[in-house]
Design a protein around this ligand. Structure first.
Ligand code: CP3
Length: 340
C-alpha cells in the first residue's frame, strides 16, 4: 500500500524521491504544547501509554503540527520488561524506576517471555490499529522495541545510570543468567514486533540506547547476536537499527538484515560511509543544534544533507529531541529539509 506521503517507503524501496523523508526520535512529547496539555490532565505517563485513543492522539500530533513524513507509535521500550513480569514506573523529572530488579538466575527463570508476555500488551496493538485508522493513509507508522542489551540495563539496574556498572557487572558475574535474560527479552521483542506489524505498523526500529557502555568484544557477545535474531525474524516490513554510541561495531551493524542504520551525532557521515556501503542511513543532526540560534539551523541542516548519499538517507536527529527544545527551532529544521 502506498501512503499519501510515501517518501519513507519509497526510500526503503529504492524509488526516486524529490527529497529525503524526515521524522524525529521523540517527536511526540514535551516539545508539543498539545502533548503537555493531555499529559497534564492524566495521572501519569503510563495512563497515556495504556489508553489507546490517547496514545493515538499524541502519536498523530507531530504529523499535524510538524508535518513530519512518518509517525512513531507513542509508547515506551519499558513495556517489554513489564509484560515479562517486571513492573516499572515513570517518575516525573526523575525517570524510569523498577520496584524489583533482576539479580540472579532464579530471577530470570521466573520471568515470562515470548508470546505469553507479548500478548499482554493488547493496549499497544490497539493504539497501533487506532492510529493507523485515524492517519487514514497520510503517512506510515513506525513501531519499535528496545534492544535486548538496553532492556537488560534497566531490568538489572532498576533505573537510568551514567555507567550501567551494575548491568555490566551482571554480565561478568553471571553470564549464564545474562544470556538467558537476553534470550527471553529477544523472544518477547520478536513476538511484540510481529504483533505490532499485524496491527498495522509499516516500519520497525530497534533502539539500543546504551550500546556505548560496552566494548566491541562485549557488544559482539552480549548484544549483536540478539539484535540479529530480532532483525532476522521480522521479514514483513523495513527495519531500522539504531545503536547509540556504537561506532566501534558500525561495520557489524552494516552486516545485519536491517534496511537502515541509525547514526548518532558523534559519527561523521564519512566514517559511516567508510564502514557501510549498502544500507540507508538515518540521522544524525545534533539535537543540541536545535537549542542554538534558529538562524544557524538551515545552514547546518544543508551541511548534513550534503554529507549523505542522495536517496539513501532518512533525516532524523542523532538521538531524541530534547524536551526543552523551542518548537520554532524544530519547525525550522523540518521546513529546511522539506525545502520550505
Ligand atoms: O520517539 C517517539 O516519539 C515515540 C515515543 C518514545 C518514548 N520513549 C516516549 C517517552 C520512544 C521511541 C521511547 C523509547 C525509549 N524509552 C528509549 C529508547 C530511545 C532513547 O531515547 O534512547 C529509552 C531509553 C526509554 C526509557 C525512558 N522512557 C526514559 C529514560 C524516560 C525518561 C526520560 C524523559 O524524557 O523523561 C522515558 C519516558 C518517556 N518516554 C517520555 C516520553 C515522551 C517522557 C514522559 C513524560 O511525558 O514525562
Amino acid at each position: 500500500m502506498a501512503f499519501d506521503n510515501n517518501l519513507l517507503l519509497d526510500t526503503f524501496n529504492g524509488n526516486p524521491t524529490p527529497r529525503p523523508p524526515v521524522w524525529l526520535m521523540r517527536q511526540a512529547g514535551r516539545i508539543l504544547p498539545q502533548y503537555r496539555a493531555i499529559r497534564g490532565s492524566l495521572s501519569g505517563f503510563k495512563e497515556l501509554v495504556q489508553t489507546p485513543h490517547l496514545a493515538a492522539e499524541v502519536t498523530i500530533q507531530p504529523v499535524d503540527e510538524l508535518n513530519v513524513d512518518a509517525a512513531i507509535i507513542f509508547s515506551d521500550i519499558l513495556v517489554i520488561p513489564e509484560c515479562m513480569g517486571l513492573d516499572y514506573d515513570l517518575i516525573e523529572k526523575v525517570g524510569p524506576r523498577f520496584p524489583e530488579t533482576i539479580n540472579s538466575l532464579k530471577d530470570v527463570e521466573s520471568l515470562d517471555s515470548g508470546k505469553t508476555a507479548a500478548e499482554r500488551l493488547g493496549y499497544v496493538y490497539d493504539a497501533v490499529s487506532e492510529t493507523v485508522r485515524q492517519l487514514d493513509g497520510r503517512v506510515p507508522l513506525i513501531g519499535f522495541c528496545g534492544a535486548p542489551w538496553t532492556l537488560l540495563c534497566y531490568m538489572v539496574e532498576g533505573k537510568g545510570s551514567k555507567t550501567f556498572s551494575k548491568a555490566r557487572a551482571f554480565l561478568m558475574q553471571n553470564p549464564k543468567a545474562a544470556h538467558l535474560l537476553l534470550d527471553k527479552i529477544t523472544e518477547s521483542c520478536i513476538e511484540y514486533l510481529k504483533l505490532k506489524v499485524k496491527a498495522g505498523v509499516s516500519v520497525v526500529q530497534v533502539f539500543d540506547s546504551w550500546s556505548g557502555v560496552l566494548s566491541a568484544d562485549l557488544y559482539n557477545e552480549f548484544a549483536m547476536p540478539y539484535i540479529n535474531r530480532i532483525l532476522d525474524s521480522i521479514t514483513e516490513v523495513p527495519k531500522i537499527v539504531f545503536a547509540k554510541g556504537a561506532w566501534f561495531v558500525l561495520e557489524e551493524l552494516g552486516k545485519t538484515s536491517a534496511d537502515a542504520v541509525g547514526l548518532d551525532w558523534t559519527i561523521d557521515p564519512e566514517f559511516a560511509l567508510s564502514k557501510i556501503d549498502d544500507k540507508i542511513f538515518q540521522g544524525n543532526f545534533d539535537p543540541a543544534y536545535l537549542l542554538g540560534n534558529k538562524e544557524d539551523i538551515p545552514q547546518r541542516a544543508h551541511d548534513m544533507l550534503n554529507r549523505f548519499p542522495k536517496g539513501k538517507h532518512i533525516v532524523n536527529l542523532g538521538h531524541g529531541v530534547y524536551p526543552e527544545t523551542p518548537l520554532e527551532n524544530v519547525k525550522t529544521f523540518i521546513n529546511t529539509i522539506q525545502g520550505k
